[in-house]
Design a protein around this ligand. Structure first.
Ligand SMILES: [Ca+2]
Length: 374
């Protein structure tokens, strides 16, 4: 046999060996492997049929799956605080991932270190920014008022008129996410607290950096309800402090002067200080308000799409103060904050709605991210 024909013979033997079942493989193993593969395909299909709102893909770190489906959004609650949360209406939502906690100072610091991002509250505002939120014809603020600042809750010492909430809010120069109560305050001992003084634009920038996005308002409410139907709170119908165990960080005592701190915290609490809801989400009631992607309009529920609503095309807030522009850009925020209570602002219930200027930070506003199922 020539070298050439021997080589051809070896090649033929090698090819036969490659295509034949391995000598040690038991008879019929290919049949079993085929059946196994078929089982995976059929099983996966059955899973998708039986769990149309079920998770897709691996779980992103720190996120939980919010199943798709139809839920009842809004409320029949006659409390005037919920004038914009009526009527109740059924909404269909696709499943999505959601951060199990509010974004913490530690997480936000990671973002700032990686990108050099400077929040809006840390920047000197322009006259144009200020004027965009005011009625035409209102005189501009003096130049010396154009300094980096944010809104800080100030607990008053004396009784004050309730009618004007600006009596207990201060536009404080130097207040920002690193200094929640202004110069002299810090976050070194609050790294696991939710970041605050982030405006909507800051929250949006963080989400994009993290490969995520802000939840829509409908997604947020679907998530906050935790799979419960027709319940008053994110955990059910029990009052927040029933049985002596507090279920969220809100206000106890005559607001805004006296806070008895029965739940353990006067301002923000570390995330995961209270039990999660049915979907495994922490602090969807109280602690800090959370930005959503939607523009705010009080009458949106009257004509909102019934599947995956994204919010109105622009914002409108008729309840503005004198000289303020009702069409100034405002976004929805949800969940209430450590300042909420049933006697004052009960909007920490899962259907309660809030709104804020998209370029303004506050000491009780933060956010959490969502992520598409891909
Ligand atoms: Ca509290």
């Amino acid at each position: 046999m020539s070298k050439k024909s021997r080589a051809r013979q070896q090649l033929a033997q090698a090819t036969a060996a490659d295509t034949a079942p391995a000598a040690h493989a038991p008879r019929g193993s290919w049949k079993w492997l085929g059946l196994l593969a078929l089982g995976v395909v059929v099983g996966g299909g059955a899973y998708l049929l039986l769990n149309p709102g079920g998770p897709r893909g691996p779980r992103p770190p720190g996120m939980v799956w919010i199943p798709g489906g139809t839920f009842t959004m809004g409320t029949k609650d006659a409390n005037p605080h919920f004038f914009d949360a009526r009527p109740e209406h059924d909404v269909e939502i696709d499943g999505f991932w959601m951060d199990e906690t509010e974004v913490t100072n530690a997480q936000f610091e990671e973002f700032v270190k990686a990108t050099g991002y400077v929040t809006v509250a840390e920047q000197k505002p322009t006259k144009e920014q200020i004027m965009a939120n005011l009625q035409p014809g209102v005189p501009p603020p003096p130049d010396d008022k154009l300094v980096p600042a944010s809104l800080v809750f100030r607990q008053p010492d004396d009784p004050i008129p309730w009618a004007d909430e600006m009596n207990w809010w201060e536009w404080l120069p130097g207040a920002n996410w690193r200094h929640p109560e202004g110069p002299g305050s810090g976050i070194a001992d609050r790294m696991n607290h939710p970041v605050v003084h982030v405006c909507w634009k800051d929250a949006d920038a963080y989400c994009k950096w993290a490969g995520k996005r802000l939840p829509t308002e409908a997604e947020w409410e679907r998530a906050a309800r935790g799979g419960l139907v027709g319940k008053t709170y994110a955990w059910g119908d029990e009052l927040p402090g029933d049985g002596g165990t507090w279920r969220c960080n809100i206000w106890q005592g005559p607001s805004p002067k006296i806070n008895t701190k029965a739940d353990g915290h006067v301002r923000t609490a570390p995330v995961k200080s209270y039990p999660p809801n049915g979907y495994g989400l922490y602090d969807v009631a109280g602690n800090v308000w959370e930005w959503c992607s939607d523009w705010y309009a009080p009458d949106y529920y009257l004509n909102a799409p019934l599947k995956n609503p994204q919010g109105p095309a622009g914002s409108f807030d008729p309840r503005v103060r004198e000289n303020e522009n009702p069409y100034a850009p405002k976004r929805v925020m949800r969940g209430g904050s450590f300042l909420c209570s049933d006697g004052f602002c009960s909007r920490y219930k899962p259907y309660g709605r809030g709104q804020g200027d998209d370029d303004t930070g506050q000491s009780h506003v933060g956010f959490r991210c969502a992520k598409d199922a891909k």
